[in-house]
Ligand binder design. Structure first.
Ligand SMILES: *Cc1c(COP(=O)(O)O)cnc(C)c1O
Length: 376
């Protein structure tokens, strides 16, 4: 059995978690939470990091602190994990879904077309002409770890008064023009879910440039409790903080990030040598993806189905691309704009096994199985 993406843990993880148990420091007040926040801030060269119990809650708070309000609209790529859209819905706002580009990322040219052709500006704010609602934010997702083309996206957002929240859940260690994903917008979120490049079992973080956002994030994720002995809460808060056990696990993982990055990148290159670069989703020039997940494009949907079946029969765990979010039941009535490539990628894309400890023999077996089934 070759798993799609299994967590790889070492003795450090056990040592740090044992320390939490032995000292009974298991809650979010433990020292590993702060250690992990500082280590992430240092690795990303980001001023503020607030650890959370998962990436979805980090995204929820990041959007809230970016001003997303009930009745607003938020631009979300249709090719993403559903959590991105769900966080918008939690705030009573509606996602507007846009297509992906050849890198599986939000198509920035489509974003510009949408803003220019479908929206209008009033008093420095942007409104969707069809719905009459205010367009408040855009959420670029660095899909599979590949950086979104952020410079034109940030320019378009600034021109139209939109907040930008980076969903960097998959892109810890990726660089866009030399700058770390997770620091390209004023607020970003990370995830340390079990299959991410660094895992804490479950976990996430809010990354920000803004001291005010960081302290609001800390406050809202700890039930909006005022400082001091008394239980005073002036707002509705959330129980979203990371605990010390998760942070201990995550901290041990983070210490091996560089090795993880080189394994992901080396294994991508091995697949590429065997399968051909035209078949694997690439990264744009000027970017250094962490190569978290590998997207293989089959000839067509029939070939894709053959690949899924052949891999299943050979004990190779592969997955089709996420069903585009605008096709998911909760979002079936959401607004969409010219979505075509996402449909094609959904029909043809397969994610290949990518655990950091996958062997060259396993990669060769996957490649030959996939290639044979794809060619029919
Ligand atoms: C993993 C992931 C999330 C959510 O993270 P959790 O930690 O699982 O809540 C959000 N967005 C994207 C793109 C992800 O891949």
């Amino acid at each position: 059995m070759i798993p799609l993406c299994e967590p790889v843990l070492g003795s450090r993880e056990l040592e740090y978690v044992s320390e939490c148990v032995n000292t009974a420091w298991v809650s979010s007040a433990g020292s590993y939470v702060t250690k992990m926040e500082h280590a992430l801030a240092e690795r990303l060269a980001a001023p503020y990091v607030v650890a959370c119990n998962c990436g979805t809650s980090a995204l929820h708070i990041a959007l809230k602190l970016s001003g997303v309000q009930p009745g607003d609209e938020v631009i979300v790529p249709t090719v993403t994990f559903i959590a991105t859209a769900n966080a918008v819905d939690y705030l009573g706002a509606s996602p507007v879904f846009l297509d992906c580009d050849e890198y599986c990322n939000l198509d920035v040219a489509a974003l510009e077309r949408f803003l220019d052709s479908r929206c209008e500006s009033r008093d420095g704010a942007t409104f969707n002409r069809a719905s009459g609602r205010r367009l408040r934010a855009v959420v670029p997702v660095h899909v599979f770890g590949t950086p979104v083309d952020m410079d034109p996206l940030l320019a378009a957002a600034a021109e139209h008064g939109l907040a930008v929240v980076e969903d960097a859940a998959e892109s810890l260690g990726s660089l866009y023009k030399g700058r770390a994903c997770g620091t390209l917008a004023p607020v970003a979120c990370l995830s340390f879910n079990g299959n991410k490049i660094v895992t804490s079992g479950a976990g996430g973080a809010i990354v920000t440039w803004d001291e005010g956002v960081a302290s609001r994030a800390r406050y809202l994720t700890t039930q909006a409790k005022e400082a001091g002995m008394e239980y005073i809460h002036d707002e509705v808060g959330y129980n979203y903080r990371m605990n010390n056990i998760l942070a201990a696990l995550g901290m041990a993982q983070l210490e091996t990030l560089e090795e993880r990055l080189s394994a992901k990148r080396r294994n991508f290159a091995r697949y590429e040598a065997l399968l051909g670069s035209d078949r694997l989703v690439q990264q744009p020039a000027g970017c250094e993806s962490n190569r978290w997940f590998y997207g293989y494009l089959c000839a067509d949907q029939t070939a894709r189905d053959r690949v899924l079946t052949a891999c299943e029969a050979s004990g190779i765990q592969v997955r089709p691309l996420w069903r585009p979010v605008h096709l998911q039941k909760p979002y079936a009535r959401a607004e969409t704009f010219d979505i075509t490539r996402a449909i094609d990628f959904y029909a043809r894309l397969v994610n290949l096994p990518c655990s950091v400890n996958i062997t060259l023999e396993q990669i060769s077996k996957v490649a030959s199985t996939v290639q044979q089934a794809d060619n029919g």
